[in-house]
Design a protein around this ligand. Structure first.
Ligand code: PLP
Length: 377
């Protein structure tokens, strides 16, 4: 079945009690046992599971092509559960440009907790191979990366990891299953911040881990979900599932608009460099074209000049909102270096765009006036 059809129909059943097409939000934290002590409807206590969370997990597993999924209260809670499912002494190989929050918990929480973590340049396979010479439990990948849109060759990293006995987890937040299905390329676990494109409206936090099969590693993640309880509320699960219904159409528009903006910026006299894997000049373009169905809705660009020129461009936009995050219907612009702090390696003249659903000509016009500034060009 096509992903567009799956997104509409996965876990979509009229409510058996009322016939309601839109699923009710089941706020109950506890569920009735029958006289024999069984739970015939499958729900017992809402930290363990509840109808809204179960439906979201079922739909996400179907879209990613996995056997099971576990929903969390944020993308970071999902990533944390994956690392907590390992044992002190286990080694993780992670990208040196992983999402800031993931790099931070690996360094500040899991290194002291006993994980051994090696940070590598994930698009340099020689570095990955060398890192895997030391026995490793998990390789973490995230592609395209944030904010430089570097592309990791998923199948090649999986081959190296499998040869050395390591599992692979891929943060698929930026692509969503609509553009990239890592489980089909041999990845074991897919991780999401459903906060982003899945929710799609900048109004709900959430995370998800989808597993190719019911491995002991996933069983441990499920235990952590239930026992530690960093779970979404029924309303949050409901919002994420509602977002997912329109995900394929939104992703197509995000990607089309991002491609239009990338081309426009690439030719702009006030722009030094554009980072977007859809541009044939992007170093990861060929790999991206093989492993992604389209190139996504995120891009970044470097303004000619430095920190001040980039901040001035961000200050002048009218349609873009200056805000962090991504994946909602409205376009956002962000000066990444200043949010990442003094230790960042992000160029100080870089602006990141989450390209929204506005007409791309209006977005280009807005960036054009912001780049031209008052008498700058
Ligand atoms: N992974 C990626 C790629 C992200 O961009 C983010 C947040 O920006 C996260 C994970 C963390 O998600 P959350 O903010 O829901 O914890």
């Amino acid at each position: 079945m096509h992903l567009e059809t799956l997104a509409v129909h996965a876990a979509q059943r009229p409510d058996p009690a009322t016939g309601a097409i839109a699923p009710p939000i089941s706020l109950s934290t506890t569920f009735e046992r029958d006289p024999s002590g069984e739970y015939p409807r499958g729900f017992e206590y809402s930290r363990d599971s509840n109808p809204n969370r179960a439906a979201l997990e079922e739909a996400m597993a179907l879209l990613e092509g996995g056997e099971a999924a576990a929903a969390f209260s944020s993308g970071m809670a999902a990533a944390t559960a994956v690392f907590q499912a390992l044992a002190p002494g286990d080694r993780v190989v992670a990208p040196n440009d992983a999402y800031m929050g993931v790099g931070k918990i690996l360094r500040d929480v899991f290194l002291p907790w006993g994980l051994d973590v090696a940070f590598v340049d994930m698009d340099d396979l020689a570095q990955v191979r060398e890192a895997l010479e030391t026995p490793t439990r998990l390789v973490w990948i995230e592609t395209p990366s944030n904010p430089l849109l570097k592309v990791t060759n998923i199948a090649a990293v999986v081959a190296l990891a499998k040869a050395s006995g390591a599992a692979v987890a891929c943060d698929n937040t930026w692509c969503t299953p609509i553009f990239q299905r890592p489980l089909d390329l041999g990845v074991d676990l897919v991780v999401h911040a459903t906060t982003k494109y899945i929710g799609g409206h900048h109004d709900v936090l959430g995370g998800m881990v989808v597993s190719k099969s019911a491995t002991p590693l996933f069983k441990r993640i499920r235990e952590l979900q239930i026992q530690a309880g960093a779970v979404p509320s029924p309303f949050e699960a409901w919002l994420a599932l509602r977002g997912l219904r329109t995900l394929p159409l939104r992703m197509r528009a995000h990607a089309d608009h991002a491609m239009a903006l990338a081309g426009f910026l690439d030719a702009h006299p006030a722009v030094e460099l554009v980072h977007y894997p859809g541009l044939p000049t992007h170093p990861g373009h060929d790999i991206a074209a093989r492993q992604m169905r389209a190139f996504g809705g995120m891009l970044s660009f470097q303004v000619k000049g430095g920190h001040d020129e980039a901040m001035a461009v961000a200050a002048r936009v009218r349609l873009f909102t200056r805000a962090t995050s991504l994946g909602g219907f409205e376009s956002l612009i962000e000066h990444r270096a200043s949010i990442e702090g003094p230790s960042t390696k992000t160029p100080v003249n870089l602006l990141r765009l989450s390209v929204g659903l506005e007409h791309p000509e209006d977005l280009c016009a807005d960036l054009d006036q912001a780049l031209r500034g008052q008498g700058r060009l």
